[in-house]
Design a protein around this ligand. Structure first.
Ligand code: C5P
Length: 208
């Protein structure tokens, strides 16, 4: 039997991360948040004093990435968000991260990101495209940041930044954000995390 791989893609704050984590526990396989890879590459470029949009600097940072980079505490927040989206449009960065992601999935895994069903694991047994309206997603992100405390940008700012990042992810030439042809669409606009999990479980039972 082929190891079980689940590909979960979708825009920012769609609920895909929480869903991926819970599904992995339920299915007894490891989970990889692939956004962390791009975030860590973006951070490395910033550490080097370079521009995340600089293809050469970004590719060098991706090649030099080590697992410990994924444990950094500064991978969230507006600066990391923007740097991640910039390095993510560089083909050399995506190529450097591809091998690691595929190896991670070798004995079964849940991966979440933007191009898992389309590029990283095109043969995944289950593909989910998790989405929600922009206002709902911006509200979620706002609440998430408030719960974490500290300096929180206002709602309008968060929504504008999120819309810009989604647009960049959807329209870039390299592995743009889009549902795979065989992905099930899961709109979480009116679902909480447990309801989303229940829907995903139903889809998985029907697919397997
Ligand atoms: O999912 P997360 O918001 O952490 O991802 C940060 C950024 O990394 C995204 O906006 C996207 O540009 C990039 N990304 C990607 N492909 C993935 C995961 C993330 O391009 N598989």
């Amino acid at each position: 039997d082929r190891p079980l791989t689940v590909a979960i893609d979708g825009p920012a704050a769609s609920g895909k991360g929480t869903l991926a984590k819970r599904l992995a526990v339920l299915l007894g396989v490891p989970h990889l948040d692939t956004g962390l890879l791009y975030r860590a590459v973006g951070r490395r470029v910033l550490d080097d004093g370079a521009d995340p949009a600089d293809a050469e600097a970004a590719t060098a940072a991706a090649v030099a990435l080590v697992p410990a980079d994924l444990g950094r505490s500064d991978l969230r927040g507006p600066v990391a968000d923007a740097a991640a989206a910039k390095v993510a449009s560089v083909p050399g960065v995506r190529a450097a991260l591809l091998e690691f992601q595929r190896r991670f999935a070798q004995s079964g895994a849940v991966l979440d990101g933007r191009d898992i069903g389309t590029v990283v694991l095109p043969d995944a047994q289950v593909k989910l495209f998790v989405t929600a309206g922009l206002d709902v997603r911006a509200r979620r992100r706002h609440q998430e940041l408030m719960a974490r405390g500290g300096n929180v940008p206002d709602f309008e700012m968060i929504r504008a930044e999120m819309a810009a990042r989604d647009e960049a992810d959807r329209t870039r030439a390299a592995a743009p954000l889009r549902p795979a042809d065989d992905a099930a669409i899961l709109d979480t606009s009116s679902l909480d995390a447990s309801e989303a999990l229940a829907r995903a479980e139903a889809i998985i039972r029907w697919k397997l």
